[in-house]
Design a protein around this ligand. Structure first.
Ligand code: ATP
Length: 339
């Protein structure tokens, strides 16, 4: 087993677009390194380039520049060998709804040349994913969580060494999501399997990934363990919600002018900032806002979250990039944050 299950260097992918000669730069020099036997999270908002990166690593697309290996095999030089080494669980289910769970797994096994072993492997996977009781039912009668578990089982049929999971819990209810999380964390422990997971749920990446990369505009803007990335942010996050009558721009100026308070960001009536000791800073912040006629309605102090990590590296709140709500950040503080 190579030390790194995935290595991508300087990947560039440009999609042609009519009327725009420069095209769409979906990847702009993406680098990632994934150690074998770990769960790695590729995190980023819609359009960041996650799916394009996965397409290249799974040999479904070719980069315009850059190189990549999966399980030590060059994706451009030996795509056939890469395909045998990987399992892919796409966002959209690959199972046949009009066949039973067991039939789907046996067919998959035969497609991968397991022959007489296909039945035994199907039963093993049904048991492993808690689908034995439902094995004889048509997949169209399965719940969302059961279908997702079957999808993962299908991806593992031929015992791949690297499994790509594209947004594995999108659309699942909280209970099914929790069950899937448990399943995914077990996977990497088993047989040295490496899992590359794309997600746009920060909590999912935080819970599952040993290491993660935040992708923004086709580049990795931060990579590390969730705790390591959060640990780089010293101090606390202070979140304020302004009273109705407060002018957010006045409030931003007041908060940004206080000593010990930095990285001030305004989105609508909400202000976020960082402080070495959030609890100690709060009375001063509240008093300054009150004096300026821009009082706060509520305030919370929290330890840094992945959302704060995202903010530091991209200058935007993750939740806002999902909804498209613009956020403005104090220019000098942003410079400081990106240094
Ligand atoms: N086949 C294509 N042709 C043209 N543009 C594309 C194509 N596929 C992706 N893009 C564009 O490339 C950029 C990156 O897309 P990509 O799907 O890789 O992002 P993503 O991070 O996976 O997003 P999502 O979470 O929505 O899947 C986007 O601007 C997207 O519109």
């Amino acid at each position: 087993m190579p030390e790194n299950a995935i290595e991508a260097r300087g990947l560039v992918k440009i999609y042609p677009l009519r009327g725009r000669p420069e095209g769409i730069r979906a990847l702009d020099g993406l680098d990632i390194t994934v150690r074998s036997g770990t769960v790695f999270g590729l995190l980023g908002p819609n359009g960041a380039g996650k799916s394009t990166a996965v397409k290249i690593l799974t040999t479904l697309a070719r980069p315009d520049q850059g190189t990549a290996t999966v399980d030590g095999i060059d994706v451009l030089g030996r795509p056939d060998r890469v395909r045998r080494a990987i399992g892919v669980v796409a966002q959209r289910s690959g199972s046949d709804p009009m066949a039973t769970g067991r039939e789907n797994l046996i067919l998959q096994g035969r497609l991968y040349g397991l022959g007489g072993q296909a039945r035994r492997r199907a039963d093993e996977l049904l048991a492993r994913f808690d689908l034995t009781e439902a094995a004889g039912r048509l997949v169209k009668t399965y719940s969302g969580g059961m279908q997702r578990r079957l999808d993962v089982a299908l991806g593992l049929t031929h015992r791949p060494r690297v499994l790509f999971l594209d947004e594995p819990t999108t659309g699942l209810d909280p209970e099914a999501r929790a069950a899937m999380w448990q399943e995914i964390s077990r996977l990497a422990g088993d047989e040295g399997l490496t899992v590359l997971l794309t997600t746009h749920y920060l909590e999912e990446a935080d819970r599952l990934a040993g290491e993660l990369a935040i992708v923004d505009h086709g580049r990795v803007v931060a990579q590390g363990t969730p705790d390591g990335l959060k640990g780089e942010l010293h101090g606390d996050a202070v979140h304020l919600e302004l009273a109705e009558r407060a002018d957010p721009e006045v409030a931003r100026g007041v908060v940004a002018g206080l000593t010990g308070v930095r990285e001030v960001l305004v989105a609508g009536r909400n202000i976020s900032a960082r402080s070495d000791d959030g609890a100690a800073a709060v009375p001063g912040i509240l008093a300054a806002l009150q004096n300026a006629g821009a009082p706060a309605a509520s305030v919370t102090v929290a330890r840094p979250s992945l959302d704060d990590v995202y903010l530091r590296h991209t200058g935007r709140r993750y939740s806002e990039t999902e909804t498209g709500t613009p956020a403005t950040q104090d220019a000098t503080d942003l410079e400081g944050a990106n240094r």
